[in-house]
Design a protein. Structure first.
Length: 94
């Protein structure tokens, strides 16, 4: 499992369609489907049910989503700190 797979899980749960998730992520619909299949293989179960109203998370996805959201929040918080640290390090000439 990797971060890109978890991003698909989050985007698809928020958007409800592979097309919208792909647009939000800036990738192709094919990429979303491929990453979803990869994550489902890794997890060992189906993460979404396709309904007339779009993709709906399964109970398995509902269990994984809080962890994915925590990873997302942690990475979002760490990114500005890492960038600031790197810029300060570059400025000192190290």
């Amino acid at each position: 499992m990797n971060w890109d797979d978890l991003k698909v899980l989050l985007a698809l749960s928020r958007e409800g369609s592979t097309r919208k998730a792909a647009s939000t992520m800036g990738v192709s619909n094919t990429t979303v489907m491929r990453r979803l299949e990869s994550l489902e293989e890794h997890i060992g179960g189906k993460l979404f049910n396709r309904t007339p109203d779009g993709y709906k998370p399964t109970a398995l996805a509902d269990q994984l989503l809080p962890t994915a959201k925590t990873v997302e929040q942690t990475l979002n918080e760490a990114e500005p700190v890492s960038y600031t640290h790197l810029r300060a390090h570059e400025t000192r000439g190290n």
